[in-house]
Design a protein around this ligand. Structure first.
Ligand SMILES: [Zn+2]
Ligand SMILES: [Zn+2]
Length: 342
């Protein structure tokens, strides 16, 4: 059976897919859609933005006693605001309060942005990738190119869901408040990760299993929610696309400790219905981008996934990156940039 949307020989690059999924997700997630970053707090108990009587929950102190690093992002929400907050205006227009020694570089702002956007969305992001793979013609190919120069080509059906528990090294609060409604609108419990208890974690394992020995296993791990625990891929992307052995030995241990067994579970099924609908809507959004891509619309940034990007890499004249992303993207792209011409 042929799929009219994708040519039979379509090759889906997983690095591009990850950037596009995250971009679409950031454009559609509702939790922090109208929230701007106003303060970043590392380890300290002092909050400058909110009244002094607002204290952190006891877990905050407990995390310090356990030797975990602590980080809080304070977001101000404006439910009357019409426009969705994007990366470009995520930092509050009056500025972001920082502690001494903390600098809000583009990279730090990006970390805060992605950490909020991917918060608690690991299963949904993996579900969307799974839906994409199911929608491709069986003759299509997945291409995984890692930052260490490793390449894997496989069928869209060669994908497994892996689940485990992780305990992040960094305890992170995302504090949201709405100024006009006062401190009662502060949400603590719903936005915390890495406090004392391990949390469920999921990633996709791509490729045909050829060995049960991790060192010889040729499969590639695709983790779309790594930013939730402050993690990044080896080329600093806000996701991980690495050989399984590298993911488990070099990427994840920098940000979290695995606890319990790694389990290959069946397909991800989201519930309840409204969460599944969010996942399905997001999958449709991603698929419509990919269909355009399969039909020649390649004007997206290979780092942030943003659409409508004209600027091309000056060396290969093929890959496209936003001006702002160019420098951040190069660490990965230089591994795969093949200059054309003489
Ligand atoms: Zn970009
Ligand atoms: Zn290039």
């Amino acid at each position: 059976m042929s799929s009219p949307d994708f040519p039979a020989d379509f090759v889906l690059d997983l690095h591009d897919l990850a950037a596009i999924i995250l971009d679409c997700h950031a454009r559609s997630e509702e939790r922090f859609a109208k929230s701007q970053l106003v303060e970043v707090i590392a380890d300290s108990d002092d909050m400058q933005t909110l009244p002094g009587r607002i204290a952190f929950l006891p877990e905050w102190s407990a995390a310090e006693k356990q030797g975990q690093k602590r980080l809080a992002y304070v977001l101000r929400r404006d439910s009357k605001q019409k426009l969705r907050v994007t990366f470009e205006n995520f930092a509050h227009r009056d500025g972001v309060k920082l502690q001494q020694g903390v600098e809000l570089t583009r990279r730090a702002l990006e970390s805060a942005y992605w950490r909020c956007k991917t918060y608690d969305s690991g299963f949904m992001l993996a579900y969307v990738a799974q839906r994409v793979f199911e929608s491709l013609p069986p003759t299509a190919r997945l291409r995984a190119r890692t930052s260490s120069g490793y390449e894997l080509i496989c069928s869209p059906t060669d994908v497994m869901v892996m689940e485990m528990q992780v305990l992040p090294h960094q305890a992170c609060y995302i504090v949201t408040y709405e100024e006009v409604l006062g401190p009662q609108m502060i949400e603590w419990e719903r936005h915390q990760s890495g406090f004392l208890q391990p949390m469920p974690w999921v990633y996709l394992f791509v490729g045909n299993p050829v060995s049960t020995d991790a060192e010889d296993d040729t499969r590639v791990a695709l983790d779309l929610a790594l930013m939730q625990i402050g993690g990044r891929g080896r080329a600093n992307e806000p996701f991980a696309l690495e050989r399984g052995v590298d993911y488990h030995e070099k990427v994840l241990p920098r940000f979290a400790q695995e606890s319990g067994d790694l389990v290959a579970s069946g397909k991800i099924a989201l519930s309840p219905a409204h969460i599944r609908k969010q996942g399905d809507d997001l999958a449709e959004m991603v698929l419509s981008r990919l269909k355009k891509m399969a039909n020649g619309d390649v004007y997206f940034c290979g780092y942030c996934g943003k659409n409508g990007v004209e600027t091309r890499c000056s060396q290969c004249k093929q890959a496209r990156f936003c001006k702002e992303c160019n420098a951040l993207a190069w660490k990965y792209h230089k591994v795969w940039c093949k200059p054309t011409g003489i």
